[in-house]
Design a protein around this ligand. Structure first.
Ligand code: MN
Length: 194
């Protein structure tokens, strides 16, 4: 199996000013491409031949294969969850109800998610994820890890590696996190919550 780059569902400058064109060109075009290339080089000859990226991330032991598979999965979910034409600032339906049930309100969820994203030390990801019964969790993942490692389904992920925001926001991670809410495609996130 060859692992592929996800297709960007928007032009590389379409998310400006939230995410600048140059950031997309480096983050998607260089960083993610390198993770995909590394994964394609590392898998052949291992027990993971023919496995999906999710299967590798769920079961590989720590190391290069896990790190690169994790980053392919993370960035595929990340780049496909954005839209330059946001229809609504919050989810609706089943996901909206679950957020209210598990976090009290959308504002309460957002506050906790922002806090997780801003306080994560070093490089990593914050995720909204669901277990098999639909219960929601906010997780902080170090480096290239992903909630599938804990048996959860990832729904929404913020990349807090500096490469995700440094060209646009330098050290101002909190400002970057706050602006990301303007480009979330809630249709996509809701679809992941099934
Ligand atoms: Mn990244």
């Amino acid at each position: 199996m060859t692992y592929e780059m996800p297709k960007l569902p928007y032009a590389d400058n379409a998310l400006e000013p939230v995410i600048g064109q140059q950031t997309i060109q480096f983050h998607y075009g260089k960083h993610l491409q390198t993770y995909v290339n590394n994964l394609n080089n590392l898998v052949p000859g291992t027990e993971f031949e023919g496995k999906t990226v999710e299967q590798i991330v769920a079961s590989a032991s720590d190391g290069g294969l896990f790190n690169n598979a994790g980053q392919v999965l993370n960035h595929t979910l990340y780049f496909t969850q954005f839209t330059p034409n946001q229809k609504r600032a919050e989810p609706t339906g089943k996901l909206a109800q679950a957020i209210i049930r598990d976090f009290g309100s959308f504002a309460g969820f957002k506050k906790k998610f922002d806090e997780a994203s801003v306080t994560l030390f070093g490089a990593g990801w914050s995720w909204l994820a669901a277990d098999k019964d639909g219960k929601l969790y906010i997780t902080k993942e170090a480096n290239g890890s992903n909630p599938v490692r804990a048996g959860l389904t990832p729904l929404l992920g913020f990349d807090v590696w500096e490469h995700a925001y440094y060209l646009d926001y330098q050290n101002r991670r909190a400002d970057h996190i706050e602006s990301l809410w303007k480009i979330i495609n809630w249709d996509v996130v809701e679809e992941r919550y099934q």
